[in-house]
Design a protein around this ligand. Structure first.
Ligand code: DQA
Length: 152
């Protein structure tokens, strides 16, 4: 039986330092915590009859293992790769191994208005959509988009 949104969650992955959301550079990332973001994603998914599997890691390898898991057990991926966005060919390769799986990249801040090294994203080479600069609301947009692409 093919995976359906009702039975199979959307994987929402968060990269390094996002566990400190709300405390870390609030002038850039705002005052909401990662728990607030998870609640936002749960609500956005529910509107599409979907669920989320929400995770954060400070370790590149763990994020890669979770992408491999999503490849088989999730209907799509929302990912804020944080600093790994700009450095990780390994994350790109893992996402490239997820044939046909909807992937939306999200950044809380507008990375294009920041330092030049943040303008390049390896993940964008695979992402079906990219959302940046919408604050944490961008996660809700990303979940909605993955739900749509996954066939809700
Ligand atoms: C970020 C932007 C990245 O450049 C940065 O390294 C982060 C967060 C964002 O959500 O705006 O950690 O992905």
């Amino acid at each position: 039986m093919p995976p359906t949104l009702a039975h199979t969650p959307i994987m929402v992955l968060n990269g390094p330092n996002l566990n400190l959301l709300g405390q870390r550079q609030p002038e850039i990332y705002g005052s909401d915590t990662l728990a607030d973001v998870e609640a936002l994603c749960v609500k956005a998914a529910a509107a599409h009859g979907a669920t989320v599997d929400f995770r954060q890691s400070n370790h590149e390898g763990e994020l890669i293992d979770w992408i491999h898991e999503a490849r088989l057990h999730h209907v799509g991926i929302v990912i804020n790769p944080a600093a790994y966005t700009h450095t990780s060919v390994a994350l790109l390769d893992a996402l490239n191994a997820c044939d046909g799986l909807p992937v939306v990249e999200v950044h809380i801040s507008n990375v294009h208005r920041r330092e030049e090294f943040r303008h390049r994203s390896y993940v964008s080479l695979r992402a079906d959509g990219v959302i940046a600069g919408c604050g944490v609301q961008g996660y809700a947009f990303a979940v909605e988009r993955v739900a749509t692409l996954a066939g809700a």
